[in-house]
Design a protein around this ligand. Structure first.
Ligand SMILES: Cc1cc2nc3c(=O)[nH]c(=O)nc-3n(C[C@H](O)[C@H](O)[C@H](O)COP(=O)(O)OP(=O)(O)OC[C@H]3O[C@@H](n4cnc5c(N)ncnc54)[C@H](O)[C@@H]3O)c2cc1C
Length: 419
């Protein structure tokens, strides 16, 4: 009897029965796999490509590095960048030192590192594309071109193009996505650059990695086509960046991808789990609609989901995610239109933000904390009010000290390095 039971158990394990299947081995899926396997669960992790250079900036904030110290210990894989340059739509530039470096990873390296942790924890990592999902009593049947698997729980971590979402939830509206285009350009740089643009809800970024940079552009889907974004990026690179920084597009690789960027009303009705299934990371739309930061939320949602499952109360994932992550992202979604298109003190918010960063040390500290991910949106307004007198005083002193250079179109072109 015992023998039959253990044989059946072994056969169940081989078929994946009683196990948790994770569809997608990006940061969300790989971390969930590692945590669940560490917690003693039988984990089957599917990724059609395994580690790959997913289109991404690869920037990980201090907040993420603090929460996941093994990423901070990844050495040169996560290129630490301390200098940041912001460029306003009108061309004002300010360069400043970040108090906490941003670690910029190649996604091949980051995904590889996380998948290896999942493997070492005991997850069965399979390079297979999941093509079909079907409900079987209390569990699921997964189909890949190689074979079929039975599992009892399912985690979707398939990214922004989650093909299975429609089986569980209403489709995501095109208005809840950004489109992106970019290049991986060989060469080294030490400055992270962000160029804000007129009429585009998004920005151009240049993120230096260990042996190349990821330079890209994002804009809201429906507002601007990918081809137009590519044209704007190429023009900017040619006119403002390549020659000036000793780079060329020779040997570079073009990329394009979509990025969830939910509106506030979409976050209001966000659903992330149901009977025997959960969604984490981009699959669930967990990306900051202002900055496009998704890596931290992919990792954190994976952790919250795994913790709830290990506690035997998978449905608690919903409430914990709401409280910690969704509330913050919802606020970002509310602020986003004002951030990109709003006016303040008779100027656009973007112009004002760049000029205050140049003029005021208190404002630079705030910007530095935003880049570090340690200044949230919930208490941003309170902090702004708190530092306002200092910002005004520093701004006034800066204006009196600083020579104007209207010809170059930049108020600060004589001394862009503020620190
Ligand atoms: C251009 C761009 C720049 C970005 N820059 C940054 C940045 O600098 N910092 C930041 O924090 N965030 C950034 N993001 C967001 C970040 O890339 C995502 O939030 C993050 O990758 C989400 O991780 P994930 O694991 O949820 O999904 P993904 O990383 O997309 O992983 C999903 C995985 O699922 C696999 N998969 C999909 N379908 C199947 C299937 N049917 N069967 C098997 N496997 C499947 C894929 O191969 C993939 O590996 C950027 C996004 C874009 C598009």
């Amino acid at each position: 009897m015992l023998c039959v039971k253990s044989l059946r158990l072994r056969r169940q394990k081989m078929n994946g029965q009683g196990s948790i299947a994770i569809v997608g081995g990006g940061p969300a899926g790989a971390l969930a796999g590692a945590l669940l396997a560490n917690g003693g669960q039988e984990v089957l992790l599917f990724d059609e490509k395994l580690a790959w250079e997913k289109p991404c900036g690869g920037g990980l904030t201090h907040k993420a590095l603090q929460r996941y110290p093994f990423l901070a210990d990844a050495g040169s894989e996560g290129n630490p960048v301390e200098d940041c340059e912001l460029i306003s739509p009108a061309g004002q530039r300010v360069r400043f030192r970040l108090q906490y470096p941003v670690a910029i990873f190649s996604r091949l390296a980051l995904n590889g590192l996380l998948l290896e942790r999942a493997r070492r924890a005991g997850a069965a990592v399979r390079q297979e594309r999941v093509t079909r999902l079907a409900r079987t009593g209390a569990g699921w049947q997964l189909t890949t071109p190689q074979r079929e698997y039975q599992t009892s729980q399912l985690i979707f971590a398939a990214g922004a193009r989650n093909p299975f979402r429609g089986q569980f939830l209403p489709p995501i509206s095109p208005s809840d996505f950004m489109v992106t285009a970019g290049y991986f350009i060989p060469g080294r740089s030490s400055v992270m650059q962000i160029q804000f643009l007129k009429g585009i809800t998004g920005y151009i970024w240049v993120f230096p990695r260990a042996d190349h940079v990821s330079a890209g552009i994002a804009g809201r889907m429906g507002e601007v086509a990918t081809g137009e974004l590519r044209r704007i990026l190429e023009l900017w690179l040619k006119e403002k960046w390549l020659d000036q920084n000793g780079f060329s597009l020779d040997g570079s690789r073009f990329y394009s991808h979509i990025l969830p960027s939910f509106r506030a009303q979409t976050f209001e009705t966000l659903e992330v789990c149901g009977e025997a299934w959960s969604m984490i990371g981009d699959s669930a739309g967990l990306v900051d609609p202002i900055t496009g930061e998704g890596l931290y939320y992919a990792l954190r949602s994976a952790e919250l989901c795994a913790e709830a499952m290990l506690a035997g109360r998978p449905e608690e994932y919903r409430a914990r995610l709401q409280e910690e992550v969704v509330a913050e992202l919802k606020l970002a979604a509310r602020v986003s239109p004002r951030f990109y298109n709003g006016q303040i003190f008779g100027d656009s918010v973007l112009e004002k933000m760049v000029s205050l960063t140049a003029q005021s040390a208190s404002f630079r500290d705030l910007m530095s904390d935003l880049f570090a991910g340690i200044q949230g949106y919930r208490d941003l307004r309170a902090r702004l009010y708190r530092i306002l007198p200092a910002v005004m005083a520093e701004g006034l002193a800066g204006t009196l000290r600083r020579p104007w250079n209207k010809l170059s179109g930049s108020e600060f072109s004589t001394d862009p390095l503020v620190e």
